[in-house]
Design a protein around this ligand. Structure first.
Ligand code: TXA
Ligand code: MG
Length: 374
């Protein structure tokens, strides 16, 4: 299959281009498209054959449900039961990076929800995503447009890298603005719970739901750390300790992982890595003489001045003094992908405090990490 890329401008979109993509969906195909968070890989919600294509193109396990993207509230009525709390959250955070897990209605195919009685729904704020849903005339079911287990794509190039030859069409509207996937909130249980932290933060949500708890893994590095995983090892099991069942299907898989071995150093730790800081100048020279663009340069481009290179195999990303965490969130996955492309073998990341968007950043880093130093 040849993969076509259509470039379009977020603000002044050409209608014919959106129409071409909508037609692919209407004819039973799948399309990768931008949202404000990351690129999604979409199919018409009621097209079971196309939903299957999403799972096979991404190599996604069939037990990991998709997110249904809507463009207006009328779409929602057929899909899910919106409780008063859901309506309140929608009013405050939609369109935007908040996904709500609600009780599903019969028109939602089991394939999209992996057989669950609930369905995840969100209204994206990206104009191209909204225009595509409207032109298609139906909600679009879409996971992130990466190969399963790889960092989510924040550019059309990332999508192409993972899914070249596996999808017919990619809509390219440039880099996404948020850079991390949406916050996922489960409203089908009491109390409501954050299943995946994202750009809509715990602190913002708590203002609407004063009894809300942080998502279960915030600040709990221990259950991941103690086991040293080799890259490619089985993922840590993301279990609710009481029930021993996965909290959200997606949480049991290793995610967002670069090919390099990522070591995450929790905030407050300085000693362990001191050794790695020796002789940075010599290492830099070595890197340059080996003809490899230095990871420091990649980070400078992507994440500012905070990266250091030690040798051609190791990059250090020090986020501790980074003031602009939104920018870190926006460029995190892109940075991990560039380092993989440069063949870096080890990435050491000094983490940030888990508050605000730092919560989502650390959540993704934990899942990407082979080793966490606490
Ligand atoms: O920002 C985003 O959410 C992006 C863009 C494309 O919208 N999408 C995205 O989709 O990240 P995906 O499939 O990569 O992540 C969806 C997450 C998974 O962890 C999945 O397990 C969870 O949402 N999920 C979906 N339906 C669910 C349900 N009914 N109950 C619990 N979790 C659910
Ligand atoms: Mg995903």
């Amino acid at each position: 299959m040849k993969t076509k890329i259509i470039r379009l401008n977020s603000r002044h979109q050409e209608k014919e281009k959106i129409q071409e993509a909508a037609q692919v969906l209407q004819q039973g195909g799948i399309v990768a498209f931008p949202t404000e968070t990351v690129y999604g890989l979409g199919a018409r919600l009621t097209d079971r054959a196309a939903l299957k294509k999403i799972f096979s193109a991404k190599k996604r396990p069939a037990d990991n449900p998709l997110i249904v993207h809507v463009a207006d509230y009328a779409d929602l009525a057929d899909i899910a039961e919106a409780t008063p709390l859901a309506k309140k959250l929608m009013k405050k955070f939609w369109p935007g990076p908040l996904t709500l897990v609600l009780k599903k209605k019969p028109m939602v195919p089991d394939l999209a929800t992996a057989g669950l009685k609930s369905v995840a729904v969100r209204m994206p704020s990206h104009p191209v995503a909204l225009a595509l849903i409207k032109a298609t005339g139906e909600p679009i079911a879409a996971p992130s447009a990466n190969l399963a287990g790889r960092p989510s794509p924040t550019t059309a190039e990332h999508v192409y890298h993972d899914l070249k030859g596996r999808v017919p069409l990619i809509l390219d509207a440039g880099e996404t603005t948020v850079g991390l996937e949406s916050t996922v909130m489960d409203l089908t249980h009491t109390p409501p719970a954050i299943l995946r932290p994202g750009a809509v933060t715990f602190e913002e949500l708590k203002k609407v739901m004063p009894n809300l708890h942080p998502h279960p893994f915030r600040g709990v590095a221990r259950q991941f750390i103690c086991r040293k995983k080799k890259a490619g090892d089985k993922p840590p099991r993301y279990l609710n300790q009481q029930k021993e069942t996965p909290l959200a299907p997606g949480m049991k898989y290793r995610h967002y992982a670069p090919q390099a071995k990522l070591t995450l150093v929790m905030p407050g730790i300085t000693k362990v890595i001191a050794r790695e800081r020796e002789r940075p100048k010599q290492s830099r020279r070595y890197t340059e003489s080996a003809g490899i663009a230095s990871p420091a340069k990649i980070f400078k481009k992507n994440l500012g001045r905070l990266a250091m290179t030690h040798n051609k195999n190791t990059a250090i990303l020090d986020l501790r003094q980074e003031k602009n965490l939104k920018k870190v969130a926006r460029r995190l996955f892109a940075s991990l992908r560039s380092l993989d492309q440069k063949g870096v073998k080890n990435i050491i990341v000094y983490g940030v405090p888990e508050k605000g968007i730092g919560d989502a950043i650390m959540n993704r880093l934990r899942k990407a990490a082979s080793r966490i130093i606490e």
